[in-house]
Design a protein around this ligand. Structure first.
Ligand code: NDP
Length: 337
């Protein structure tokens, strides 16, 4: 059983050398009397929040990884052995799983059966999984958009951003996004229906860029990036605008997450700024799944993925994600079936 191991906590950019791939022996047998399940992992989900788990920060909302142990995260797997009456061999499931070929899920805890026919299996860690749910609750529960409002989304083409923009379009908003390459900007405008988008790496002054693309100001911001981008957003918000702080990916390599230097804008423009975690809204998952499946079936929403093959590519995929090399939701296929 190959496993991706975190060597030790670190600050600064993620490097290959922060991890190792270790091969261990896993006996494919279950403990008698347990309700354990053994799964074969098919898709892993490198996600930005995982970076914060590599800093040993015990004050976070999620515990740090344990050095010397495999990473874990959201995944799609296939049941190979089960002592649990709710799961049978051959079932496809999502779970909190190890970055490894096979995982033992104690008591089958957290496993959820998924349908392999309606949508591609990888969607369960993307548009139908945590990133999709984040887009949905961040937009509808936190920002509560009204038709005709202007929304700005940073990291707009990623796993979360691409859905925020498309859901916002369906809700009748004017949608502006930024991303880190021309390819991503084209995707936003041509495939995802954004009204305007720009490559922030080509802009020397983010605030001026926002003024250009949102000349009347921003009503709503779905903030994924933080740092300088958030400062530019604060400069461009309309009075009484609302900001949902979803993430601050530009800050995750740092020891502490730095705030914006112009926070007084919150006062002068009377803004509402709310951080949120998708995990606070889990009761809304059934309605989210129902709506998203319908949108996908009706092709009202498209979902772009960036697939890397093999467990050995997982660390590279994670590094790529944090550098913006991913185009769409980054996933890693560990096995085909
Ligand atoms: P993405 O698929 O958007 O991938 C991350 C992207 O961030 C990269 O592709 C890159 O895109 C951008 N990025 C990386 N570094 C920088 C930087 N220094 N400045 C600007 N952009 C940068 O990831 P997700 O969609 O999965 O996550 C998006 C955000 O949502 C993250 O902040 C994440 O932590 C947050 N999140 C929050 C949740 C919650 O419950 N609050 C749940 C899930 C995600 P580009 O090329 O455009 O620079």
């Amino acid at each position: 059983n190959r496993q991706v191991i975190l060597r030790d906590y670190f600050i600064g950019p993620v490097k290959d050398s922060n991890f190792e791939i270790r091969t261990t022996t896993l006996r494919l047998e279950l403990q008698e009397g347990s309700q354990d399940v053994i799964v074969k992992n098919l898709y892993l989900s490198p996600d930005p929040y995982m970076r914060n788990r590599m800093k040993g920060n015990h004050n976070s909302y999620i515990p740090p990884f344990v050095p010397g142990k495999p990473l874990n995260g959201f995944g799609v797997s296939k049941v190979v052995l089960s002592n649990n009456p709710d799961f049978n061999e051959g079932d496809y499931v999502t779970s909190w799983t190890g970055w490894e070929d096979y995982s033992v899920i104690p008591g089958g805890k957290g496993l959820k059966a998924v349908d392999p026919v309606t949508v591609p299996l990888s969607y369960y860690v993307g548009c139908l999984g945590m990133p999709g749910f984040t887009a949905y609750v961040g937009l509808f529960e936190v920002l509560k958009p009204k038709k005709g409002e202007i929304i700005y989304i940073s990291a707009a083409s990623g796993a979360v951003g691409q859905l925020v923009g498309q859901l916002a379009k369906l809700a009748g908003l004017y949608v502006v996004g930024s991303a880190g390459s021309q390819q991503k900007v084209d995707l936003l405008i041509k495939t995802m229906g954004y009204d305007a988008a720009f490559n922030y790496k080509e802009e020397s002054d983010f605030s001026a860029a926002l003024k250009k693309y949102c000349p009347q100001g921003i009503d709503l911001c779905f903030e994924n990036v933080g740092g300088k981008m958030l400062e530019a957003v604060l400069d461009n918000m309309k009075t009484y605008g609302r900001i949902a702080i979803c993430g601050m990916v530009s800050q995750y390599d740092k020891d502490e997450t730095a705030g914006a230097s112009n926070l007084s804008r919150i006062l002068t423009s009377r803004l509402t700024v709310q951080g949120f975690l998708q995990s606070d809204y889990l009761h809304l998952q059934p309605q989210f799944i129902e709506k998203m499946v319908t949108y996908l079936k009706e092709r009202k929403i498209v979902y772009v993925e960036d697939l890397d093959e093999g467990l050995e590519s997982a660390v590279g995929a994670f590094i790529k994600l944090l550098k913006g090399g991913n185009v769409g939701k980054q996933i890693v296929r560990v096995a085909i079936n």
